[in-house]
Design a protein around this ligand. Structure first.
Ligand code: NIG
Ligand code: FE
Length: 418
């Protein structure tokens, strides 16, 4: 459902352009303090100073009206990395980690991802869609209007398909509050039935799964990690995926420095994600190749790991996106407010860079920057109106939601209680 809407009396803050903003350009956001946004049939026709808005545009259609009361509007937020669809939960693992266990040692004992796989294999697509919808409603309250959702908790043909079907069901709903993009992550772990036969599992993914899911998933991702899918297996899978028309993403250099960033650059991936332990060479190559560095500070926080080197990427002329990594294991949180606080306080990103990272650069990490991620003509009418008239509140109101109204395709999809 798309709507015509005028948002007036609004302070617009937005990055501009149809591609990722890199390096020093990440901080260059446009401000229109006396702004107006005109949305026609769900798409932005005008966003800028009220005095520059053509009068005939206002007379051309009938509109719904939103008076922002002088408050800030930023582009709808793009959460470009989540594992939204899954069965079960893993609170016990979290409690073990609090006592000193590590993420990888739990995984090596057959817990971790495999434990969610066991739960997910027993779930119908309808059940998973309903469960995921609960998270989507929370996201919408935080201003998220585009979300990426990965499969990867099936690791067999039937369950991976059910996960992707659950994502499609959510994406195709007439009244969807968000735009949902799916990623195939069959290479999330080596399932128990293939234990010790990683290369054979990769063969199976290439021969059986990739061709099956071509129309269902836009991107293909891999957990490129020591003792999971190492560089050669990841390269083989991603090359095959690229040939079959998938855009590429990698979970790279999350636990140890393995060269996932370099591989992302070599293959021209849309993004490499996590990057807590990226090498300096990897930073450089990603920046040169224009691969978006999707950084996930909530995961580093929850795993008590060091944060990814956001400043190194920006100083190398690279593009940084921020996302939540919502999943039942390493990071059971979809908190945009906490992501903002961690990026600004611990990763030394400026507030302007953080806004760009959560909007236009997130869209670029999904190959969607042409019509998503900024407030300007030709983009989707996706807007987050804040409670405040100043962007400095975003990290200052630590971990708290600053969004008053979320608008998707010109429609108000969430309004904070007054
Ligand atoms: O992005 N590291 C691999 N995948 C997820 C975690 C998935 C899980 O623990 O269930 C991540 O952190
Ligand atoms: Fe992830």
């Amino acid at each position: 459902m798309k709507q015509n809407r005028i948002i007036r009396n609004v302070h617009i803050v937005t990055p501009l352009g149809n591609e990722a903003r890199r390096g020093a350009d990440m901080a260059k956001v446009a401000h229109f303090e006396k702004g107006i946004i005109v949305i026609v049939d769900g798409m932005i026709e005008f966003a800028g100073d009220e005095k520059d808005c053509p009068a005939e545009l206002l007379a051309l259609h009938t509109y719904e009206y939103t008076d922002a009361g002088g408050r800030v509007a930023i582009p709808g937020i793009v959460d470009s990395h989540t594992h939204l669809v899954f069965g079960g939960y893993r609170p016990d693992e979290f409690s073990w980690r609090l006592k000193g266990d590590t993420y990888m040692s739990i995984m090596e004992r057959g817990g971790g991802i495999q434990s969610t796989v066991n739960a997910t294999r027993g779930c119908t697509a309808e059940y998973m869609a309903e469960k995921a919808d609960w998270f989507l409603r929370r996201m919408s309250e935080m201003g998220v209007t585009t979300v990426e959702a990965k499969s990867g908790y099936g690791l067999d043909l039937a369950t991976e398909r059910r996960q992707l079907e659950a994502i499609r069901m959510l994406a195709e709903r007439e009244d969807a509050a968000l735009n949902i993009v799916s990623t195939f992550l069959g290479a999330h772990a080596v399932p128990t039935e293939y234990k010790g036969r990683t290369a054979e599992y990769v063969d199976f993914l290439i021969a059986e799964m990739l061709p099956e899911f071509r129309g269902l998933a836009r991107c293909c991702d891999v957990f490129c990690e020591k003792n999971v899918f190492e560089i050669e297996d990841s390269r083989r899978l991603l090359k095959a995926a690229r040939e079959q028309g998938y855009a590429l993403k990698l979970h790279a250099d999350e636990i140890v420095t393995l060269g996932g960033a370099e591989l992302a650059a070599e293959l021209g991936a849309l993004s490499a994600d996590h990057l807590l332990h990226v090498s300096d060479e990897g930073v450089k190559r990603m920046a040169e190749a224009g691969v978006v560095a999707t950084l996930l500070p909530l995961t580093a926080f929850a795993l008590k790991e060091p944060y990814a080197p956001a400043r190194k990427f920006i100083e190398a002329g690279g593009a940084v996106a921020l996302a939540t990594d919502l999943n039942p294991g390493s990071c059971f949180s979809g908190s945009i407010p906490l992501t903002i606080a961690l990026a600004c306080i611990y990763m030394q990103m400026t507030i302007e860079e953080t806004i760009t990272a959560l909007t236009l650069n997130g869209a670029a990490a999904l190959g969607m920057a042409a019509d998503t991620g900024s407030l300007e003509r030709g983009k989707r009418g996706d807007v987050a109106i804040l409670e405040f008239d100043n962007i400095n509140y975003l990290p200052y109101y630590v971990g708290m939601n600053c969004v008053a109204t979320t608008i998707h395709d010109g429609r108000v999809v969430w309004q904070a209680p007054q």
